[in-house]
Design a protein around this ligand. Structure first.
Ligand code: NAP
Length: 162
């Protein structure tokens, strides 16, 4: 199965100039807890934005470029959505980690979404699609810890497909 994991501003912005716009260590911690030991699926731009291969996770990177190569045993390069189908059919939970193009492309194949909703709007150029309430229901909602390192108001909202 596929699940989305994303951090979204109140105006649906998720990034700008191929970078994240906020620093929220509690959210990164949750990302690590949820995704460690799992396969993570992403677009080539998000992979490059990560800056390095994340430990203990298999990375699936989508690109149209047939010559794109990454010399790491934990990174697999794929060139079409059809190559993602085996992760859709898999009983394990595999995570779609972005960015905007990939969320839009794979949302209909996902069964769950782990959304960190930041209670502030940001100016950006990458957006998360609007969540269709006819297709998705909230199953858990938890206010995020606010402290000297996590200065924004935010909530962890989990959705499941109806
Ligand atoms: N807030 C969050 O949780 C979060 C999470 C992830 C990313 N982000 C942000 O999102 C932004 C990046 O998103 P983005 O939409 O620009 O890029 P992206 O979705 O990360 O990657 C897009 C790339 O994926 C490849 N691709 C797309 N469709 C494909 C297909 N059908 N088959 C094969 N390859 C395909 C293409 O790579 P090629 O150009 O190589 O062909 C395309 O340029 C950044 O600002 C990043 O910081 C935010």
């Amino acid at each position: 199965m596929l699940s989305i994991i994303v951090a979204v501003a109140s105006n649906n912005v998720i990034g700008k100039d191929n970078k994240l716009l906020w620093h929220l260590p509690e959210d990164l911690k949750r990302f690590k807890t949820l995704t460690t030991g799992h396969t993570i699926i992403m677009g080539r731009k998000t992979f490059e934005a990560l800056g390095h291969v994340l430990p203990n996770r298999k990375h699936i990177v989508l690109t149209h470029n047939p010559d794109y190569k990454v010399d790491d045993e934990n990174v697999e390069i794929v060139h079409s959505v059809s190559e993602i189908q085996k992760y859709v059919d898999d009983d394990n939970e595999n995570f779609v980690i972005g960015g905007a193009i990939i969320y839009r492309m794979l949302m209909d194949y996902c069964q769950k979404m782990y959304v960190t909703r930041i209670a502030k709007s940001f100016e950006g150029d990458a957006f998360f699609p609007k969540i269709d309430e006819a297709k998705w229901k909230v199953v858990s909602r938890e206010k995020g810890i606010k402290d000297e390192n996590n200065t924004l108001d935010y909530e962890f909202i989990d959705y499941t497909r109806i």
